[in-house]
Structure formats: C-alpha cells, structure tokens
Design a protein. Structure first.
Length: 470
C-alpha cells in the first residue's frame, strides 16, 4: 500500500515544526478507517495534522502533546480574523519599528545602482567578513554590498529577551556556544536583531485578542528565521534574500545570514507560507471547530479535545482510530528545539511553559530503558482506549537498529498484533534522516496495529527483525 504525497497545505506551511507528516496521506488514512463523528486519537499531536484533518472530515479529534505549541496552534486557528484588521496592525508595527533609530541607521541603505533608500533584507557573515543584501524598491535589482555600517557598536538589550542557559541543552555543542558568543539565549541572534525583535514583540503584546495570539504566532515563526542559524545559500540556489533553519540542532554556522525581523514578520503574515493564506485555506476547507482541554467539557458539547500533558498519561474511552508519529529514539529533540519559539510564547502566555522533564526521548539524562518504559505506557493506553475492532497506525523511521528493537519491545509489551507494515515514500526527506542518501531517507514506515489476531502478524514481525538486524 502506498499513497502519493501532495503539496503541503498552506495551513501546515505557515508553521515551522520538526517532523510534520503528509497531511493528505493522513487524511486518506483517517477517511479509510473511520466514519463521520468517529473519535480519532493522537497522543503525539505535534503540528496538529491529525487534529485538523479529522475536523475537515467531520471526525472528533482527541489529541495530546507535551509541547504546548500544539494547543497554541489549535487555539490560533480556532478564531476568526478580519484581514483589514491584520493589515492595519501590521502597518502599525511597521511604522513604529521603521521610526526606530536602529532600523533607520542599520536596516536602510542607498541602492548602489540607483541611489534609492531601501530596506536591507539580511546581513551576511562569512568568516568575519560582513556584507548585506537587499532588493531595491525602485530599480528592483537584488544586490549584495560590502558592509560600511558600524554594527559592532550595537549592544544586546538589557531586558526583554527571554532568558535561558543554552548549555543545559543536549542539542547544542560547546563549539556552537562559543561561536554564538555565549550560553545565553539572546546570543542566538545578533545584537541588532535582538533589539528589533524586542521592539516588535513589545508592540504585539499591546494588541487585543484574538489578534494578539495571531501576531504572536507570526512572531514566533519569525524568531528562528532571524537567528544566526540560517545558512547563506550557495550561488546556484539563486536565493540571496532568504534562508531557513535547516538542521534539527542549535548549530552555530561559519557562514550565516541575519535576516531583517520586520521583513520576516511580513512574510510570516502575507508570504506564500504566511498565516493569512493559511487562514484562507482553512476557511476554504470549512475547518471550523470549538475545542476543550477538559474531558468533561468535551463529552458534553465540544467537537475536539486538546490536552498538554505527559503522553504516557494520555488516554480516552472507546476510540475508533489512532494515528500518531511518536519520537524516534534520540533523533530529534523536539522539546528543546521548540524552545526558540516556546520561550517567546511564554512571555505572552505564561501557561504555555514547556516541561522537558517528561518528554519521551533518549538523551544524556534519559536512557533507552526510560524511552521504552514511557513508550510502553503510551501504547498500552492506546490499546485500552481503542475499541475492539479499532486500528492504530503509527509512523517510524530510524537508521539505528536499537530504535527498531525498542519499538518491537514496545509492541510485544501490549496485546497488539501487526496487521500491516509498509514503507511510504515522501516528497521531502524526513528530519530524522536529513543527511541520509538511501531511499528510506525520504520515507516513513507505517505500522498498522490491531487487537485481532491476523495471518500477517508473524510475517510483519519478521520485517521488524530485519530492520533490527540489518
């Protein structure tokens, strides 16, 4: 069995989240395995694909993630917005930021071709040589000029940037900490971008709801794109004016671009992957819902349940179908990587503080025994939550045979049978194998579990053993 992945919907392009799954494939699986008003469960909901696709199909999603970003994403898309109001508020931010002396002095330049005053798109740092790139608003040329501005005199803000000691993280090396300039969270950005991000964020905090949360959402999608972790692209890419955070780690680069926060905020709102297009796509698909974080409220009148608890403690009664993408051993430190967004989010909404202690992952403090024990609880709860004729499908991908051994142990600890096991090709490489060169680096294994004994169980466990012993 194999589905064909389609272009990612605008809803899912509007948010950066490690390990997003193909929405159309998950939609097809939900459609095949459920009927209208059935309950669909996802204990590792991440960017909310199972949630939104269930709503679109008139199913009732019951989802959870220890990362509060899931709840925030669902909350943002639950509201209605007026585009004229969004545009008015963005103009208000732009006027105030552009009037800032730092912006005038360091984010404006005269075009070397026509002399027109225009915005700088990014500063480019290559082995201690600094330049900046821009697209002239007048002559429309894209140019790179050697930097003549004294950016070294800019200091980091004394307050206003979230505080966190980067040395506590497992997804950063001592070498990167040194290259960033220290272990404080603020060193992920240049002093100039730290100052501008602070100014933008303080304005957003003055907005009324629901526009406050909408602009916080756009801002946190801006935060990683304005950091020092965005590589300068090669000349062949023809992408002088943009970059991305391409590796699942806090990695300092010898060649990076520091992108203009105001331009990035504009893109986060009105770009091809912006929130305005995402809202339009949501409305076109008639994705509308009310949701609760409380089981009792959900049982009474709500269309969806979204919780933010330890996944090993999450369950629900009489679930029709489970689809989920669990953590793959030690491959991606989801919670840590989300801190670049969560720490800003908490400054706006303190209740969204992430708890990394209970994250199901393998790291220096959590060994494989911990990982298997927590995953055992998740899968046991899934088995208990599922109706007798229900089905669970989960994705997995790892180049580490120990991870596959752990998954086998987890399945064997339950009464689940493996009813199907197949490799699904994706359009994009999985972040779990971003450096992979084999065919499976652009694939995910889909493993189908049921409570009923079937003829294929032993054969599917043999496939699992092959992955363990390869």
């Amino acid at each position: 069995m194999e589905f064909k992945e389609s272009k990612r919907d605008a809803m899912y392009r509007s948010m950066k989240y490690w390990g997003k799954k193909p929405h159309n494939i998950w939609s097809d699986l939900i459609k095949q395995n459920t009927k209208k008003n059935d309950i669909v469960m996802d204990p590792f909901a991440g960017s909310g694909v199972a949630f939104f696709e269930s709503i679109a199909l008139h199913r009732k999603p019951v989802v959870n993630d220890i990362n509060p970003l899931t709840h925030f994403i669902v909350d943002v898309f639950s509201s209605s917005y007026n585009e004229k109001e969004i545009n008015k508020l963005l103009k208000y931010i732009s006027i105030n930021v552009q009037d800032n002396a730092l912006y005038k002095n360091y984010m404006k330049t005269k075009c070397s071709n026509c002399g027109h005053l225009t915005d700088i798109y990014n500063y480019r740092y290559e082995n201690n040589i600094v330049a900046y790139a821009y697209k002239c608003e007048n002559c429309k040329k894209t140019l790179i000029d050697d930097n003549q501005k004294d950016i070294q005199v800019i200091n980091y803000p004394l307050i206003g940037i979230p505080e966190f000691n980067l040395s506590k993280l497992h997804s950063i090396t001592n070498s990167s900490i040194d290259k960033f300039g220290g272990d404080d969270f603020k060193y992920l950005w240049t002093p100039l971008n730290s100052q501008l991000l602070k100014s933008i964020f303080e304005i957003i905090l003055t907005f009324e709801e629901p526009y406050r949360k909408l602009f916080v959402f756009a801002f946190i999608q801006t935060s990683h794109l304005t950091s020092k972790m965005c590589a300068i692209r090669g000349e062949k890419s023809n992408r002088i004016l943009s970059s991305s955070w391409g590796r699942p780690a806090f990695m300092a680069l010898s060649k990076y671009m520091s992108q203009n926060p105001l331009i990035q905020l504009n893109r986060a709102l009105y770009g091809n992957s912006g929130i305005v297009k995402a809202i339009s796509a949501k409305n076109q698909r008639n994705i509308s819902y009310n949701f609760s974080s409380n089981k009792e409220d959900f049982n009474k009148k709500k269309e969806a349940l979204v919780q933010n608890i330890d996944s090993s403690k999450f369950s629900y009664d009489r679930v029709d179908f489970i689809i989920t993408d669990p953590p793959y051993g030690d491959i991606i430190k989801y919670g840590e990587l989300s801190l670049i967004w969560n720490l800003w989010l908490v400054k706006a909404y303190p209740s969204y503080k992430i708890n990394l202690d209970n994250e199901i992952i393998i790291d220096k403090n959590k060994n494989r025994y911990y990982y298997e024990e927590k995953m055992n609880k998740v899968f046991t709860n899934c088995e208990r939550s599922l109706k007798d004729n229900g089905k669970m499908i989960f994705t997995y991908n790892s180049q580490n045979n120990n991870d596959w051994s752990s998954i086998k142990n987890v399945i064997k600890s339950t009464n689940f049978e493996i009813s199907n096991f197949y490799l699904q090709n994706n359009l994009r490489s999985s972040e779990s194998n971003v450096k992979g060169t084999t065919p499976t680096s652009k694939s995910d294994y889909y493993i189908e579990l049921s409570k009923e004994k079937n003829l294929f169980t032993d054969y599917n466990f043999e496939i699992l053993d092959e992955l363990i012993n390869k």
